[in-house]
Design a protein around this ligand. Sequence first.
Ligand SMILES: [Zn+2]
Length: 466
Amino acid sequence: MTATPHTLHATDALLPTGWARDVLLQWDAQGRLTGVTSGAPCPPDTPRAQGPLLPGMPNLHSHAFQRAFAGLTEYRGAAQDSFWSWRTLMYRFAGAITPQQLEAVAFGLYVEMLEAGYTSVCEFHYLHHDTDGRPYADDATLSQALLRAAARAGLGLTLLPVLYQTSGFGGLPPSEGQRRFIRSTDNMLALLERLAPACRAQGARLGLAPHSLRAVPPESLREAVAGLHAIDAGAPVHLHIAEQTAEVQACLAWSGQRPVQWLLDHAPVDARWCLVHATHMTPDEYQRAAGTGAVAGLCPTTEANLGDGIFDTQVWRGAGGRWGVGSDSHATVNAAEELLMLEYGQRLMTRQRNLLARVDQPSVATAMTLEAVAGGAQASARPIAGLAVGQQADWVVLDANDPLLQGLPTAEAMLSAHVFASHRRSAVAEVWVAGQPHVRAGRHVLHHEALSGLATARRQLLTDNP
Ligand SMILES: [Zn+2]
């Protein structure tokens, strides 16, 4: 006896090739798409999507615990405030959060992500040890808290344990605020071996995040990446790079080279890599970095929130560069808002409009969604590259009856309204991951439990650490 395939019919669906009409989706018991047929009538008894169907968006950069202090850094503490003053508060939370609080914050955040149209996350995870800096009896305690949070929320996961060894270029010793982050290279590789079975068991991918060139000396970078790829040749490597001009200056002082220049000359950067931020590059660095096939991990709302600067998508895409989006510090959590902020940054910089559209895809929201899904899937190293056979059955259904979408003539216009006109509210109706609906009528089934758990953890953190 063969199992009946799971099916859903959508009048409009955004396939990797563009919008298609009358699409019949079929998937298997493992949640993989087995059929994506356009021009297909809706068979009897087949459920219909209530609005345009989009591929699920991968969130390619997250530090889950940082959601706990969103809203707390929006005041001026010094005459000139910057990234580095934000980092001071971040270290206070990083130094204090317990495994239970981390799990509660991550669970709440991951539910928020699903409701906001993300179907998977790359978790750049650098809290490893107990609050006093000593390893937990079980060295994987905090990684496991994140694995459980993602499994409970139903969010896809690429777990990226962070290698962090120094407080600055040239091997400066770590600071007190960094005590929970520090691991030797061998110790990190042992953690990866330890986590691999648990990740496999829940369909998560395991990679590595050398934090940045300022936190990982050259020898460690080389050994850790080689060690990772000996364990899993296709595993993703993510690192923060050239986010801040001060970091560029420090790298120049240390090596005579800018961070991206140095990285490309000294590390085997290829399509397995994700260069997070890469905000400050020269035209030559844009060309060379794009040519490696690496993904640029753009975090437009966090980069705006922290005053980082603006990545030049025109130069990057002109060089064939791939990109995706992440919510990083989670100042806001909304896939559509990241796309809006990215396009608006380019408009403000160039005094033009619809910069991220393409000749073959003139609708900017459609073009951005397709490119961000493809780049996000590559950076996640998981089969989540959109609505195609063999990919995971992850999608978002927009509510065609939302007041902001009602009466618009096409699905393409509805997606444009979702990205550009539904700021601070959402036209997301349903979100499915691996063929399972987790969000219905805009709400995750565990919404109240997850969000009240996040609020309780935040209250405890603030009360216990004034
Ligand atoms: Zn980050």
